[in-house]
Design a protein. Structure first.
Length: 289
């Protein structure tokens, strides 16, 4: 007697679905990589080849735009300003967020709920709403105390803290809540105080969440344009604003704009690739308790 054919596997998928998925993913990949190709090919073209209609296949290549970008505008100075501002804002945001999130996660104090709601509600407002108030605050502080916040790196760092710090606190609270309190208690039994338990137990266990918060804070400061264009001057200008220097009243150096854009994106892309596994874990683990 012949055996009946085995039932189809529940994981088996029809070929039509497989090919549809392949076509969709291929089109999505092309759509995603097309802007990158346009930037890369345009950055390797002479200026006369990028001033007219765009050609998908360039007639020639040159690395001259990657040399000229450092001389057309003071790109190195803008690069240093961006690194100092972004790294400082990231370190300050993460440091304050760790202490604040640990206090909210582990202690019950008066006004705790109001504090968490206030921190979360700040994300509801558009950033441009804070532009004029911050400008007036910095100018008045400078007039009253002589501390130059407007047009300085310190003022720009404080500005970026107003964006990254609330989200960093809210995210780390959820991540710290997912860490068992038994670890804190075990550390205190062994002789650690609250700070010892934080830095010896909780922080090492929360490395993925801290990395995710750090990446968010850095990217917020690195690519911000609106506040950087208002709160800086020629000395403290950052990369995001400095790219406008490749456009003059008569012409736009499109090949240098594309080359500078690729150079500017290298630190962010490299950091994201190096920290990708921590970033994925940090963004998902805090949501599951």
């Amino acid at each position: 007697m012949r055996k009946p054919p085995p039932p189809p596997s529940p994981m088996a998928q029809p070929k039509s679905f497989i090919w549809t998925r392949r076509i969709f993913l291929t089109l999505l990949t092309v759509f995603t990589l097309a802007p990158v190709y346009v930037m890369l090919s345009s950055s390797l073209k002479p200026l006369q080849d990028v001033q007219g209609s765009f050609r998908w296949i360039p007639s020639g290549f040159t690395f001259r735009p990657y040399i000229d970008i450092w001389h057309t505008v003071p790109l190195a100075k803008y690069f240093v300003n961006s690194v100092i501002v972004s790294v400082s804002a990231t370190v300050a945001s993460v440091a304050v967020a760790i202490f604040a999130a640990y206090a909210v996660s582990r202690y019950r104090f008066k006004g705790r709920k109001f504090f968490t709601v206030t921190v979360l509600s700040t994300q509801m407002f558009p950033g441009i709403l804070f532009l004029l108030p911050l400008f007036l605050i910095f100018v008045n502080i400078g007039n009253a105390t002589g501390i130059a916040l407007y047009g300085s790196r310190g003022g720009l760092i404080l500005t970026y803290l107003t964006f990254s710090l609330p989200f960093s606190i809210w995210m780390l609270v959820g991540y710290f809540d997912s860490i068992p309190r038994d670890l804190d208690e075990a550390a205190m039994v062994d002789g650690c105080g609250p700070l010892g338990a934080l830095f010896r137990v909780v922080v090492p266990a929360a490395v993925p969440g801290i990395v995710a918060v750090s990446v968010y804070a850095f990217m917020t400061a690195w690519g911000e344009v609106l506040f950087a264009s208002v709160m800086t001057n020629d000395t403290t200008r950052t990369l995001a604003v400095g790219l406008q220097g490749y456009a003059t009243q008569t012409d736009v150096y499109w090949n240098q704009v594309m080359a500078a854009s690729l150079v500017v994106s290298v630190p962010v892309v490299a950091g994201f690739l190096l920290l990708q596994r921590y970033l994925v874990v940090g963004l998902t683990a805090g949501a599951v308790k």
